[in-house]
Design a protein around this ligand. Sequence first.
Ligand code: ADP
Ligand code: MG
Length: 718
Amino acid sequence: MPPTRLRPPNVNAAQWTANGDALGAVDLTARANQIYGANVFSPAEQRSRLPKDVYKRLQQTLDNGKPLDEALADSVAAAMKDWALEKGATHYTHWFQPLTGLTAEKHDSFYAPTGDGTALAEFSGGELIQGEPDASSFPTGGIRATFEARGYTAWDPSSPAFILENPNGALLCIPTAFASWTGEALDQKIPLLRSMDALSKSAVRALRLFGDEQTQRVYTTVGPEQEYFLVDEQYFYERPDLINTGRTLFGAKPPKGHELDDHYFGSIPERILAYMLESERELQKLGVPVKTRHNEVAPNQYELAPIFENSNVSSDHQQLTMQVLQNVARRYGLVCLMHEKPFAGVNGSGKHNNWSMGTDTGSNLLEPGADPATNIRFLFFCAAVIAAVNKHQALLRASVANAGQDHRLGANEAPPAIISIFLGAELEKAFGSIASGDGDGSTERGVLGLGTPVLPPLPMHGGDRNRTSPFAFTGNKFEFRALGSSMSLAFPNTVLNTIAAEAIDALAEDLENALKAGATLEDAVGQVVKQAYSQNKQVCFMGDNYSEEWHAEAEARGLLNLRTTPDALPWVVDDQTVSVFGNYGVLSERELESRYEVFLEQYVTKLNIEAETAASIARTMILPAAVRHLNEVKASGIEDLVAEVRPVVEELAGSLRALEAVNRDHPADCSTLEHAEYMRDTVIPAMNDVRAIADGLERLVADDLWPRPKYEEMLFIK
Ligand code: ADP
Ligand code: MG
């Protein structure tokens, strides 16, 4: 029998020059190659194409968050269609984000037959504003039965339409929201937009107390950092686990990992850089402001970060970024892995969510200023964030829960499942002295930056760093570091905005009362910040979040450690969550319940796919390879070797039967949460047992008999 594994494929895998299509073709100095935003129906494009008064009314509608009137829509639709046709688009789609966390699209042609054998391009305001995809197959968590399967998509004019190119055509994508016919949100965008409105109202109310009469709207901003792996597509397609689940369900740790720290910020291999350059060009055409790129910690792991934008646009752009990174990889013979943990024993991938609040007049509310006025404003908003994160720590944890994340959070490579805040030494000292009122009073005033002369201004830009903290202040924003690499930004940011809105309102109320009681603004803010920080400082932690001591201390402080997805998700429907989401009109109890149900179902389904794939690979690939190896060893007649191999093969068969049994015997008539707990407590351990033995066999069985690419190949051949 011919050997099943040969080395030449590895050499083939490392070939790449023919795969890319941009290399050598682009003259970046040519005007035609100034591509930023080329495929976006941007405000500038709108201004040049829309009648003046239409453009003005559209902007006013957007600025005031008012609903759109249909006459306006007709005019915008006509301009958008002309623009899209000039760009070669033949079809349009309402582009939306169902609860799968992915994007969805159904394409409609612009062209309708005229009856005389020709076709005419048509696109009305009605078609722009509303679509009705057959929605029966999207997850809804029981919000609507299939007999009432209608779902509506509604144009979101605040996120610009764009064109997706394909070698054989182009498609106009119109960002839309997706709701049931009864008006309930079935997507990620609606609650995000609602939460941005909620936060804006609360923040503007607070700003008025600070004497700001100008600001009309406050936007939350997000700059996400995306981590991902690249593997050669040849290996990808030889691994059913990667194809089915996005992660390797088997694979022994290679002799070389990232112990040498030789990858992080290392020079980027040429093939990878070529891929990055082309991905970034595609993203720039779509108006995604990509900015930085670098190697990450693990071998073959990379990172991309854009400049921040408002949360809604940033969230849409993030979905596009994931899609473009995956599409372009194929042109270079690569596959881009967004799974949170593609390789066991190697760092997984996350997404850092840099978050702040900015006014429409251009100031960042989390930016400590040089003058006393901006400093007290900063302290107020910062204290509100601390209070919000402390109160809703469990909900924040739940907002980043999924099956992939359970490999990461708490595994000393990503922040722990315990949510805490890192403020940095100077800021913690500032809050500490405000809270204790210690010192001679001048320190307190000095730290606040209130006295004259203004004593040490608040710290900050850059500041110190703590890579182990899940929620870190980084100079002018908070960095929520616990998101998974495959995640949509929408839900975590919906949570952040909503809980921040609640905390800002609570602090604003205290501030109002203190002012009414006759305090000066400085003293009133001092009182409010002091109280908020004293009550919530338990959530602030400066030390090493990976240490054992922190786990013990966090428990003593009463912070929650929700280790797994089934531990965390019930907080999505906790009374405290229902109350804040209801009060701010972001998600009703029914909408929250539907999300809870969908998230749990996804956990169960993903793990079931993993467990069945694992059983199938073990049964049809690994066991046969092990048996062949055993036969060869037997044929050698060396009894010692037989005694070494045979028990391991038997163990594999035994653990495999156990996995097959738990895959078959799922509990019947139980809640989705109980089903999820069964996956966690029974199925995952059975998978882990099979894997441990199989990975041992990988080190035992003749290399030419081993049926699949190994970690050292997938991670180091590029
Ligand atoms: P660093 O703080 O590490 O020096 P940057 O200031 O460039 O780096 O920011 C890192 C990330 O934070 C980037 O993705 C950036 O878009 C994002 N970011 C910067 N300022 C803000 C802000 N005001 N709101 C949200 N994200 C921001
Ligand atoms: Mg990083």
